[in-house]
Design a protein around this ligand. Structure first.
Ligand SMILES: C[S@@+](CC[C@H](N)C(=O)[O-])C[C@H]1O[C@@H](n2cnc3c(N)ncnc32)[C@H](O)[C@@H]1O
Length: 257
């Protein structure tokens, strides 16, 4: 199965990302502190952002497409807190999710929006988020600035696999050896990454697809969905956007369309 719906990604996700989320978590935590109403994390995965924000006292909800990622999230929670968490977290797709709540703010950290591969999906997801926000509510998200030089380095249609790292298997004493190969499709703006997980003599491949987005392209998508661009930063330190680094977007739901 693709992306994080594979069986093995959820098992190594937190170790793979150890330390990577610190700056991101600080950013979302301080931005959301201003809101007293409910907030939503789209594509909350194993809860690396959602669980600390819940512990901080936010009235936070979330969903994710991958049952395996959500199983890791629920496994981290004390049994006494599970009923509350099941009320807050569900398995849904950002394209057509439905929740009976109106949110002060919605966040999409960790570049999850780039897993939407078509414009129809991108527009549907943004419009759906717009519907779930109160007037004046905020959508905050981040993803990388496409670096054309790096992207055209990976056009070889049959590249070798590159070793990435070795992780302990959480449910056995074996190790998971991870390698990958990446083929970029500049016409479609898609990175096709095959992740290979080797456990002893067994090998499992899992495809991950990521569609990169240019700044003017996202401005257009946001406007189409009824958002005003309140700010765009380069990185989580809130530097004005320089055309480089992580794009960190603050959008506001326009009240009239
Ligand atoms: C990079 S992970 C981020 C997880 C989490 N937000 C975090 O910060 O650790 C991307 C997540 O997006 C989820 N995802 C991908 N496509 C999705 C979709 N269409 N709807 C909901 N979740 C999706 C994946 O299952 C995965 O958990």
């Amino acid at each position: 199965m693709n992306n994080y719906c594979s069986e093995l990604w959820p098992l190594i996700y937190d170790r793979y990302n150890r330390g990577h989320h610190d700056q991101e978590l600080d950013f979302y935590s301080s931005e959301l502190a201003a809101f007293s109403g409910p907030v939503l994390e789209v594509a909350c995965g194993t809860g690396m952002i959602l669980l600390p924000l819940l512990a901080q006292g936010l009235d936070i909800y979330g969903f994710d497409l991958s049952a395996g990622m959500l199983a890791q999230l629920f496994a981290k929670v004390h049994p006494d807190d599970l009923a509350d968490l099941h009320r807050r977290v569900s398995q849904q797709n950002m394209v057509d999710f439905q929740l009976d709540l109106t949110f002060d703010a919605v966040i999409i950290p960790a570049r999850s929006f780039l897993h939407l591969i078509t414009q129809d999906e991108q527009i549907a997801a943004l419009r759906n988020i717009h519907r779930h926000l109160r007037p004046g509510g905020r959508l905050l998200l981040n993803f990388f600035t496409p670096n054309l030089r790096l992207l055209v380095e990976r056009l070889d249609p049959q590249p070798d696999f590159v070793y990435h790292g070795t992780y302990p298997h959480p449910n056995s004493d074996r190790e998971i050896v991870v390698s990958y190969r990446q083929i970029n499709d500049p016409a479609e703006q898609i990175q096709n990454i095959t992740w290979r997980f080797q456990i002893g003599a067994e090998s499992y491949d899992s495809l991950m697809r990521v569609r990169w987005i240019y700044r003017p392209e996202f401005e257009l998508l946001a406007r189409l969905a009824g958002f005003r661009i309140a700010a765009l930063y380069s990185g989580f330190d809130r530097e004005p956007y320089t055309g480089d680094g992580e794009m960190v977007w603050l959008l506001e739901k326009e009240t009239k369309r």
